[in-house]
Design a protein around this ligand. Structure first.
Ligand code: HEM
Length: 367
């Protein structure tokens, strides 16, 4: 099937199998009351339902004197597994006119500054997010475009990022996609089909946060530039030592299967650790916290200051509490070998609402 259901106990686009394309938008709201914000989500809900069904947002007009409601570029394309995920950022709760301050979960905050961050405000933060993912790039873009257009005068774009994942298929089975450093990315993820694991890692359980977040999750987005030119000059052995995995197979160093246990404590004959202790995966595994990564590569032209590719990873992770991401990022800290090849340029956190039931609307739990 090419359709992902809109309604359910959780929002789509989180444990949904990762699609090929993303169009991510961070917005600021210019509405001035809680009522107007509620109206916005109520207006958006049926549009999201229709688009995820592969339909236009409204019946096509036959009146040649008016502009069509749906912008039209997704006509004839299927739903393409479109998912639309909505979230709210910390700054929304700080707008006193909206009167939402008392509903802000304490853990919903801008992420702390990490040692090597070089953040650009033009790729950071936002009052709301819309994550549209689909197996067709135009379907993903169309979804965001039509939601923004229908909300004219109520929201403005803060930043956007398009991204892609190319997913190899072997013997009819989808393989782990490779990032722009050519390494398989997603191998160590928790299992999205394991409800218990998802309840432990991703979904906020009752009494774990504010009541309106039960069944929801926190989204962390990091726009991470990857220095392709430096990477491409680096010897294969050094690249593998950077991640602690083999490039081709994705297997832990010294092993052959992608999904074999890392066994971090393994030593070589001289007693040195086989998985370098400064490797990305070693450091990511040092803490007990887990996250669900659902990232996409991006390539957005050239960095005008340096003349190199502005390409990298639109890192997205879901976790029931932002501290899971924070603890892992702190473990990577200054010592991750990967730091030499990447720069974090953008950062945002959003609280993603629980799932929507028929007859209800996106974000209803907040109002
Ligand atoms: C694992 C790449 C940033 C957390 C991995 C792996 C690769 C990778 C190739 C091994 C395969 C896999 O398990 O997916 C990258 C690149 C990054 C990046 C290229 C930046 C451009 C981050 C960030 C975090 C993170 C910012 C979180 C703070 C993890 C975790 C694992 C992992 C938790 C799995 C460890 C395990 O096996 O349990 N990453 N990563 N990564 N990465 Fe990253």
């Amino acid at each position: 099937t090419e359709k992902v259901p809109f309604y359910g106990s959780h929002q789509s686009g989180i444990v949904t199998n990762v699609q090929k394309h993303i169009y991510f938008a961070s917005l600021n709201v210019i509405v001035t009351s809680k009522e107007e914000l509620k109206d916005l989500f109520e207006m958006w809900t049926p549009l999201a339902v229709r688009m995820m069904n592969g339909e236009e947002i409204a019946e096509p007009t036959t009146n040649s004197y008016v502009a069509a409601q749906d912008t039209g570029e997704a006509v004839g394309l299927s739903a393409s597994n479109l998912t639309i995920t909505f979230g709210v950022g910390p700054t929304l709760f700080e707008k006193s006119k909206l009167g939402l301050g008392h509903l802000k979960p304490t853990e919903l905050e801008a992420l702390p500054h990490f040692p090597k961050d070089q953040l650009d405000e033009s790729y950071s933060s936002g009052d709301l997010c819309i994550q549209a993912c689909a197996d067709d790039p135009q379907v993903a873009f169309h979804a965001v475009r039509n939601l923004i257009r229908s909300a004219s005068g109520k929201v403005i774009l803060k930043w956007t990022q398009a991204g892609f994942n190319s997913i190899p298929v072997e013997k009819n089975k989808k393989q782990t996609p490779r990032n722009l450093f050519a390494f398989k990315d997603g191998t160590g993820n928790p299992n999205v089909n394991d409800t218990k694991e998802m309840n432990d890692v991703v979904w906020v359980q009752s009494n774990e946060s504010v009541p309106w977040m039960t069944g929801g999750t926190y989204l962390v987005a990091r726009r991470i530039q990857m220095h392709l030119e430096t990477w491409d000059r680096t010897a294969l052995g050094e690249q593998e030592a950077t991640f602690g995995r083999h490039r081709d197979s994705g297997a832990p160093i010294g092993k052959t299967g992608e999904f074999e246990d890392m066994e971090l404590a393994r030593k070589d004959s001289s007693g040195n650790p086989i998985i370098p202790t400064t490797s990305h995966v070693h450091l990511a595994k040092l803490v007990d916290d887990r996250i669900l990564r659902r990232s996409f590569s991006y390539s957005s032209g050239m960095d005008p200051k340096t003349g190199v590719f502005d390409a990298g990873l639109l890192f997205i992770s879901f976790q029931k509490h932002p501290k899971q991401f924070i603890n892992i990022q702190n473990s990577l800290g200054r010592i991750d070998k990967l730091n030499e090849y990447i720069t974090h340029r953008g950062s945002a956190t959003f609280a993603c609402f629980p799932g929507i039931q028929k007859g209800s609307f996106v974000g209803e739990s907040l109002f």
